[in-house]
Design a binder for this molecule. Structure first.
Ligand SMILES: N[C@@H](CCC(=O)N[C@@H](CS)C(=O)NCC(=O)O)C(=O)O
Length: 213
């Protein structure tokens, strides 16, 4: 049995959960209390020595890092979202890296500053926030172009790159990151939000955050 250790509010954990849902894998969802430091307890450090979520235990096989977990699940279940063909797979990897390095990093800065810092009474680095927003403004148009050329990020086929981007953008409204200037990106997002992999075990991020307050 697969156990996913996570938290409802963690983007990387959301990514793993949505990927498992999309592939159609049965799993046990095990939320950890990050505020209480459950992720640093000895039993969990045996699963992930870094002391972070998400991590999985798949019948004794332990793995951490959300992208590695998603690739493992897709590969294990031979899902077409992670193509077997070498060139097709590398192009998916390319977009996963692009999303991670040029969108995810900056999006996290904005989300942390606008969602979590106020909740945790932490100071906001305004310069870092402004720079992060500028990077997003620079790179969103590229995704807009991709999604204008075909149905999904890489092609007309859904891939892991879509799930990685989708999970990354989940708190957009709450983090006050407007996607209104990107109609293709917005329509792609709305389309995915209507699919069972999302509606099955997921509530809108904002709804969840309010519930957890
Ligand atoms: N690169 C990692 C990021 C993991 C991560 O930063 N997890 C955060 C939650 S979003 C965490 O566990 N924070 C608690 C801590 O650092 O103690 C991944 O993609 O899995």
């Amino acid at each position: 049995m697969l156990t996913i250790y996570g938290s409802d509010l963690s983007g990387p954990a959301i990514k793993v959960r949505l990927t498992a849902n999309y592939i159609g894998i049965d799993y046990k969802w095990q939320p950890l209390n990050l505020r209480e430091g459950e992720q640093k307890q000895e039993w969990f450090l045996k699963i992930n020595p870094v002391g972070k979520i998400p991590a999985i235990d798949d019948d004794g096989f332990h793995l951490f890092e959300s992208n590695a977990i998603c690739k493992y699940l897709a590969e294990k279940h031979r899902s077409p979202i992670y193509p077997a063909d070498m060139k097709k797979r590398i192009v998916v990897e390319q977009w996963i890296d692009f999303v991670g390095f040029h969108i995810g990093v900056h999006f996290s800065t904005v989300a942390f500053s606008r969602i979590f810092a106020p909740r945790m009474n932490r100071p906001v680095n305004e310069k870092a926030l402004e720079d992060a927003q500028k990077f997003l403004d620079q790179y969103f148009p590229l995704l807009e172009k991709q999604l204008g050329a075909h149905k999904y990020v890489v092609s007309d086929e859904m891939t892991l790159a879509d799930l990685v981007l989708f999970a990354t953008l989940e708190p957009a409204e709450l983090a006050n990151v407007s996607l209104a200037a990107y109609p293709n990106l917005s329509a792609w997002r709305a389309r995915l939000k209507r699919q069972p992999f999302y509606t099955k075990s997921y509530k809108e991020y904002g709804e969840m955050l309010v519930a957890k307050k």
